[in-house]
Ligand binder design. Sequence first.
Ligand SMILES: *Cc1c(COP(=O)(O)O)cnc(C)c1O
Length: 451
Amino acid sequence: MHSKINESFTPLKPEEIPTEWYNIQADLPEPLPPPLDPTTLKPISPQLLERIFAKELIKQEVSTERYIKIPEEVLDAYLRLPRPTPLYRAKRLENYLKTPAEIYFKCENFSPTGSHKTNTALAQAYYNKEQGIKRLVTETGAGQWGTALAFSCTLFRLNCRIYMVKASYYQKPGRRIIAQIYGAEMFPSPSEQTNFGRKLLKENPENPGTLGIAITEAIEDTLTNEDTRYSLGSVLNHVLMHQTIVGLEAKKEFELIDVYPDVVCGCIGGGSNYAGFAFPFMMDKLRGKTNTEFVACESKAVPHTTRGVYAYDYGDTGKMTPLLKMLTIGHGYACPPIHAGGLRYHGMAPLISYLIYKGYMRSVAYTQNEVFEAAKILAQTEGLIIAPETAHSLKFVIDEALKCKKTGEKKVIAMNYSGHGLLDLTAYEQFLSGKLVDYEPEKIEVPSFNY
Ligand SMILES: *Cc1c(COP(=O)(O)O)cnc(C)c1O
């Protein structure tokens, strides 16, 4: 233990940063079902995948090695984000709630673009650059992923093109401008740049776009440009693995203060920030060493794990991506316009889906107003303005801490603080003026996938 530990902010020294990512596939009781080719519906060939992703990333996607070394260049970029990020004890929130529980946040809000997404963006840009790729293409919804990839592409000298959901492109220009400052080419999706975009615009010039549409455009762009690869900010195994730097650091930080969490929670859009935080702890549970509770928090408007089915589904609207076995509410699901843009995706990462389906984790869902109510409590006790996505897990933390108050349990609750909310002030304004709408679909109709 450090001699003078500051229990409100537990920092690892730069030289204590983990130098390998953790690959949970090494510890699963069985292999994950393979991705399927969208045309043949048979397990996909590596050649097709190599046209979409950098080779090293495909290797990582299917690897069952427990630890994978972080390249020097990526480690150096991590240290400059900066990493390690601190573990924060929210003592003033505990006092306000009068709870015997201890509340800890792992702070991923300090990166230059304000969220955890740079942890994988840097790794993906690096491996593509190493392979001699000139240009990365991706999609973005509210813009968190777009800004993280644009940031990483400028550091590794890659061209970057981003298809941004049209509604966000015009209504939430902040992150679009940040990506443009980094030099990325931004197009509102559906766009005139792809066949799929042109087709949709012909049918309806006012089409506001969705993440699923933007993914189709990004993949089409990739497949029609030889020097280009595609980059995804969540969902895939290798993306979740890059995020484990978060949980590996947190584990060391908890060791420094001689604490092990009883509850590990986080919000889930595609599953990457929560997986990155939770998997190094899940490793202990999978080996029968601990009985930690794992809770994934989502939006009631996009209830992919609480009301979805575990089935093979496409990742995009145009059915161009491989099919993944996951918890899904269907690739045609029209995600309501909630402010937590990062949670608006129909599917869930296969790894998280598997762990929920098998009962290793559970999930909960909330509506916008209760989530912003929790965010307001945090701002007025700790002074922190949290991302609307992250606020979904904060709502769970507060409920759990209040439960402990009733039972007298001194649970240690750990949450991944995936990002700050300083670019989401319009959402806060709508909440404060009582104009925020709660969406909750009556029926979720997932077409039956019998592949
Ligand atoms: C993108 C994002 C999320 C959701 O994505 P995951 O892949 O589930 O992590 C959550 N929080 C913030 C701040 C984000 O930017």
